[in-house]
Design a protein. Structure first.
Length: 346
């Protein structure tokens, strides 16, 4: 631990997994159309040394350079690709990816904490995800899950997040007292670039679905994290307030902000400043999604676009608000993480 407080990154993905993982996935996909035999799960062999070789010069190096103490670590979002195959395909793939993130957390127990990918599939009852969710929490110590509101990959065939079909997942979340990050995967719709459009569209869409509905009346303690700074939400806060009024809903602070949180994966100073100005500090969680959608150095600043700590520290935040954003809010939203950290004496 560096300093007197922690910096917790709530949004990390295993984007640097060993090449053997992608090769196994390619074989799995090829088998779906008869282009090759289905790979055996036991045939995927990745050693601890291979995990170290992909983590230490990448995520761990950047965490050390940027002073990030802990990352909530989940499978690569674009690799979830729930639109491929059916439930059996997704179930096997999710199990493999979740196990790798868990193994990383055992190699670096004070730096990485696992979050679960669900085996979602278009048109399949979300309740089928419960066994994998249960396994990840009870066996792997997952402190959260990633929930894809659009398993179709950009065609939006799933019902809104307020639909009762999602309730079995929410009930299990309530039982385990864990939050979900609302995070889509790869877009196969050519109208929507995956990270430049689909991700941000989904963030905005999910928030509006929650404004339209009354999900938190049924699940008053449910906690959902909307990534990438909430998409267009902070920029159009007045629009959402006005729409809530038109729908006969309470003010957003009462209607959704007891349950909805935003991360700081916004990759320039003016956008970060806007997020901090519009959204209450208690609803913002530090995150970077490093080695993710935007990996390059900004030539205007000489720093990586995803070095989000720099934006927070340059913003007009009080020390109290910055402490909440970098640590205390994550402990509150992710109580299993808080328990884990306390067990480590942190």
């Amino acid at each position: 631990m560096r300093g007197t407080t922690l910096i917790i990154d709530c949004h990390g993905h295993y984007t640097t997994a060993p090449p053997a993982l992608a090769a196994w996935r390619d074989q799995q996909i090829a088998a779906l159309d008869g282009s090759g035999p289905a790979p055996a799960r036991a045939g995927l062999r990745i050693s601890d040394d291979e995990l170290r070789e992909t983590i230490e010069p990448n995520q761990l190096r950047l965490m050390d350079e940027r002073g990030i103490d802990v990352t909530i670590f989940s499978p690569r979002a674009s690799f979830m690709a729930h639109h491929i195959g059916g439930f059996e395909t997704s179930a096997e793939w999710a199990a493999i990816c979740n196990e790798l993130c868990y193994r990383v957390s055992t190699l670096y127990p004070e730096r990485f904490v696992p979050a679960a990918m669900l085996p979602q599939s278009p048109g399949v009852d979300p309740a089928t995800c419960i066994p994998e969710l249960t396994r990840c929490v009870e066996e792997y110590g997952a402190v959260a899950l990633n929930l894809n509101p659009d398993p179709s990959g950009g065609h939006w065939t799933a019902p809104p997040l307020t639909d009762r079909s999602w309730y079995p997942v929410y009930e299990k979340m309530a039982e385990y007292d864990i939050p979900a990050m609302v995070h889509v995967s790869t877009s196969v719709n050519p109208a929507f670039h995956t990270t430049g459009a689909h991700y941000l569209n989904a963030d905005t869409t999910a928030f509006m679905q929650l404004v339209q509905g009354d999900l938190f009346r049924d699940f008053p303690d449910l906690r959902l994290v909307i990534p990438h700074g909430g998409g267009a939400v902070p920029y159009h806060w007045g629009r959402f307030r006005g729409l809530a009024m038109a729908l006969g809903k309470p003010e957003l602070e009462e209607h959704v902000l007891n349950n909805v949180f935003f991360d700081t994966c916004v990759y320039h100073q003016p956008g970060s400043d806007l997020l901090f100005e519009v959204v209450p500090a208690r609803n913002i969680l530090f995150a970077s999604e490093m080695i993710g959608a935007v990996r390059s150095v900004d030539p205007r600043t000489g720093h990586h676009f995803d070095d989000t700590r720099r934006y927070a520290e340059a913003a007009n935040l009080s020390e109290e608000d910055w402490a909440a954003i970098r640590e205390h809010n994550a402990r509150r939203v992710y109580p299993r993480l808080d328990a884990l950290l306390k067990g480590q004496g942190r």
